[in-house]
Design a protein around this ligand. Sequence first.
Ligand SMILES: *Cc1c(COP(=O)(O)O)cnc(C)c1O
Length: 366
Amino acid sequence: MMDRVLLLNPGPVTLTERVRQAMLAPDLCHREPEFADLTRDILAGLEQVYPDCAQTHDAALLTGSGSAAVEAMLQTFAPADATTLVVANGIYGERMAAMLQAMHRPCRLLAAPWEAAPDLSAVATLLQQHDDIRTLAVVHHETTTGRLNRLDGLASLCRQHQVDLLVDAVSSFGAEALDFAAWQPAAVAGSANKCLHGVPGLSFVLGRRTLLQAPGQAAGSLYLDLRRYHAEQRNGFSPFTQAVQAAYALREALHEYHEAGGMRARHARYAALAAHIREHMQAMGLRLLIDEQDCSCCLSTFHLPPSWSYRDLHDLLRSEGYVIYAAQGRLQPSFFRIANMGDLRDADIDRLLEVFRRRVVSRAPQ
Ligand SMILES: *Cc1c(COP(=O)(O)O)cnc(C)c1O
């Protein structure tokens, strides 16, 4: 029936034809020079997403979903002999604390309610009182709610206390501003298959070059040791087999991204789509979970319309060619999420809003 199913979940995203076709390139051994060229092209493309980044940071490319990049960042940079403060206001922040716990690294979790912004003054107090805290980990765009955490204040506290800042930017990298020059993050983790429009299977960390080159403590993992990836990938090769076809897709997605105007263009496109969705959904009486001004440009969490379960809403929209996304944890029974990442056209969103008007807000589920 529908020839195009549109993914409105926060990654994997609807691909452009150009990226899909790129995966049909010839089979390739990951030890051949062509693969080294492919890797170096991707690393350069990632380092160019943000101004100033390439001056201080190098990318390391991993095979694995976004969680692999986050875990590699923690394995490599969260100290074994000092505390990492995790500032969380959602599932992904809390997951970083769970990762640190799983790897037996000292960790303190400062968990805010999911609907709230991080508590800057609580962070300041903790950093003041506990000089064993040497590292701070935070999520940039908390996909649980769609909140974009403003990192300026946290980053300046980190600089003030000489604390290393680790950022999970998996669902914002490429579409929301990351100020490498001002924030001086130790590392930023991202993924191919969200705002960059690649396919799932590859993720990456941009680490401060001086930290990646320093001997440092031993990573808690053989496979997720970023220093090893960094050292070997300077020549284009990786310690382990990489997802070759996903690399073809990511290279093409990065070329497409930079040709279309890079971060500013993607942000503007997403922001326009999100504003359109939010305006019309709210006009239909659908309420956002958090204030619109706190939302990222790529995800909106709405209350379910009266008398609709998530399952009924999902199934109806699926029959119309759209995949929406459930809320997580205790938000699950009452909310749903709509992401606007990927190759979406204005007409796709207009038709989605029309479906809501015609089949959702005007009637109970059949
Ligand atoms: C998607 C996402 C991740 C990684 O999740 P995977 O299931 O491993 O792709 C990590 N952090 C955030 C904020 C995310 O949105």
